[in-house]
Ligand binder design. Structure first.
Ligand code: GTP
Ligand code: NA
Ligand code: MG
Length: 455
C-alpha cells in the first residue's frame, strides 16, 4: 500500500493545433503506424488515445544520451482534430490532459486554430511544448531519419539553416503577439516562463527524440503531485461508438483509479442516467490507436492512466464528454445519478430543439456536434457559391435546428448512404457529400441520415 501511494501514473498529453499541421502524422511516426492515411479526407474527426510505454520512449530517446530517467510507466497521448468544426472535441481533449504538444507548421506559422488551441490551454493553465513540424519542407533539407534534431541541423547547408532561423524568428514574434514567450528548446534557459519549441518532421522523424524527452522531463519535474496515482476514480467518456460484434461501446480516458470487469457504473445519457455493469474492459495494444478498430486486449481490471473501450448494456444513449462514475459499496446510486445529469444539462443547453429544421443523425456524438456546428453557420457554404446564386440560396437554404438526435446509429456497410449538404445548390439535399470550406470533401463522421423537415 505504502508503495502504491508513491506510484506515478502516466501523464496524459494532448496533441493540438491547426488542421493539417501533422498532429496525427507525428503520432504515426512515434507509433510506426499509418492511421492518418486511413482518415476520411485526411481529417481527424474523433478524439483518439494511444498508450506509449516507457520502454518505447527510452528506445526513441536513447541517442540523446540524456539517460532519461523514467519514473512514469508511459505516456497517454490524446489526438484531437484541428478542423475548425471540432472545437468541442479540442476542448474535451484539452480538458483531460496534464501537458500538451501544440503543433505548428513551420511553413505556415500561427493559424486560427493554433490560436484557439493556445487559448484553450491557457484557460486551463496547461503546460505545453511547441512542435514546429514539417522542417523537411525547408528547401534543400537533408533527411536524417529519426535523428535528434540537434544532430540533423548540423547536417544542413548554410541556406537551410538561414531559412530555418528566419522562420523560427518570425514564429517567435507571432507567439509574442499572442502574449507568449517561446524559444528554441536548446536555447530556453527559463522553462517556467518560456515555452520550448522543438523542430520536428513527422515524415522523416527528425526531432521526435527531443520532443519525447522534453515532455517526459517536464512532466516529471513539475507535475509530481498531479501525477501521483490516486485511487479515486476520475474517468471521462471520449466517444460513444457502435462496433460490429460489440454493440454500443464507450471509449473513455481513465485519469485516476482502477476499473474492474463487473463494476457497477453510472454514465450520463440523453434520456436520463444510465446505470449499468461493465461487461468488458478493452484496450488496443500499446502503440496502437484506440479509435482505430483493431485487436483488443481484455482486462479483468485496469489502472489509470489509460484509454479504454468499455462494453456494457444500455450505452446507446450515452453522452460523450461527460464523466463516468463507479458505484461503490457505500454509495447512494440516486445521488450519483443526479450528478451525472449535471453534465447533460450542460451539453443540452448548447442544442436548439425548437421544432423546425432537419433531422440529423451521425455515428458518434463528436461528429454530430461538429456537423451541427457546421450547419448552424450558413455562411460556411453560401460563401462558396457564385454571386448570383447567393441571394437565392440564402432564401432557400434550410438552417437546421435539431428535432431529434440519434447519436449512435448503426452504419450499414453494405448499403452506405452518404447524405448531406450540397454546397453548389446551397440547400440541404439528400444524397450528396458534405462540403466544408478549405476542403473539397469531408465525410464528417459518416452521416447516415439527414431529412429535410422544413415546411
Ligand atoms: P487534422 O487532424 O485533420 O487537424 O490534421 P493533422 O494535424 O493531424 O495533420 P495530418 O497528420 O493529417 O497531416 C496533414 C498532412 O500533412 C498530411 O498530408 C501529412 O502527410 C502531411 N505532413 C504531416 N507532417 C508532415 C511533415 O513533418 N512533413 C511533411 N512534409 N508533411 C507532413
Ligand atoms: Na489532417
Ligand atoms: Mg489528425
Amino acid at each position: 500500500e505504502e508503495e502504491d501511494e508513491k506510484t506515478l501514473r502516466s501523464p496524459i498529453c494532448c496533441i493540438m493545433g491547426h488542421v493539417d499541421t501533422g498532429k496525427t502524422k507525428l503520432l504515426d511516426c512515434i507509433r510506426r503506424t499509418n492511421v492518418q492515411e486511413g482518415e476520411a479526407g485526411g481529417i481527424t474527426q474523433q478524439i483518439g488515445a494511444t498508450y506509449i510505454p516507457a520502454e518505447n520512449i527510452r528506445e526513441r530517446t536513447k541517442e540523446l544520451k540524456a539517460d532519461a530517467k523514467l519514473d512514469v510507466p508511459g505516456l497517454l497521448v490524446i489526438d484531437t482534430p484541428g478542423h475548425e468544426s471540432f472545437k468541442n472535441l479540442r476542448s474535451r481533449g484539452s480538458g483531460l490532459c496534464d501537458i500538451a504538444i501544440l503543433v505548428v507548421d513551420i511553413m505556415h506559422g500561427l493559424e486560427p486554430q493554433t490560436i484557439e488551441s493556445i487559448n484553450l490551454l491557457r484557460m486551463r493553465n496547461t503546460e505545453f511544448i511547441v512542435a514546429l513540424n514539417k522542417v523537411d519542407r525547408l528547401y534543400g533539407w537533408k533527411t536524417c531519419r529519426n535523428a535528434p534534431i540537434g544532430k540533423a541541423m548540423k547536417q544542413q547547408s548554410k541556406d537551410v539553416q538561414l531559412e530555418f532561423d528566419h522562420r523560427v524568428t518570425q514564429i517567435i514574434t507571432q507567439f509574442k503577439e499572442q502574449g507568449l514567450n517561446t524559444e528554441l528548446y536548446n536555447k530556453n534557459k527559463d522553462r517556467g516562463e518560456t515555452y520550448s519549441i522543438v523542430p520536428t518532421s513527422a515524415i522523416s522523424g527528425e526531432g521526435i527524440p527531443e520532443m519525447l524527452l522534453l515532455l517526459i522531463q517536464w512532466a516529471q519535474k513539475t507535475m509530481i503531485e498531479k501525477l501521483t496515482y490516486s485511487s479515486e476514480i476520475q474517468c471521462t467518456v471520449l466517444e460513444v461508438k457502435v462496433i460490429e460484434g460489440l454493440g454500443t461501446t464507450i471509449d473513455v480516458v481513465l485519469v485516476n483509479g482502477v476499473l474492474h470487469e463487473g463494476d457497477e457504473i453510472v454514465v450520463c445519457g440523453f434520456q436520463g442516467p444510465i446505470h449499468t455493469t461493465i461487461r468488458s474492459l478493452l484496450t488496443p495494444h500499446p502503440m496502437k490507436e484506440l479509435r482505430v478498430k483493431g485487436q483488443y486486449i481484455h482486462y479483468k481490471e485496469i489502472k489509470a492512466a489509460q484509454g479504454i473501450k468499455i462494453t456494457a448494456q444500455n450505452l446507446e444513449h450515452a453522452v460523450a464528454g461527460t464523466s463516468l462514475y463507479v458505484v461503490g459499496p457505500d454509495d447512494d446510486v440516486e445521488e450519483i445519478k443526479e450528478s451525472v445529469m449535471d453534465d447533460m444539462r450542460n451539453v443540452m443547453s448548447r442544442i436548439d430543439k425548437s421544432g423546425e429544421g432537419v433531422y440529423v443523425q451521425a455515428s458518434t456524438l463528436g461528429s454530430l456536434e461538429a456537423l451541427l456546428e457546421f450547419l448552424k453557420t450558413p455562411a460556411a457554404y453560401i460563401d462558396n457559391l457564385k454571386e448570383e446564386k447567393k441571394k437565392e440560396a440564402a432564401e432557400d437554404a434550410v438552417f437546421p435546428c435539431v428535432l431529434q438526435i440519434m447519436p449512435n446509429c448503426v452504419f450499414n456497410k453494405k448499403d452506405p448512404i452518404v447524405l448531406g449538404v450540397d454546397v453548389k445548390e446551397g440547400v440541404l439535399k439528400i444524397g450528396t457529400p458534405i462540403c466544408i470550406p478549405q476542403r473539397d470533401f469531408i465525410d464528417i463522421g459518416r452521416i447516415s441520415s439527414i431529412e429535410n423537415n422544413h415546411k
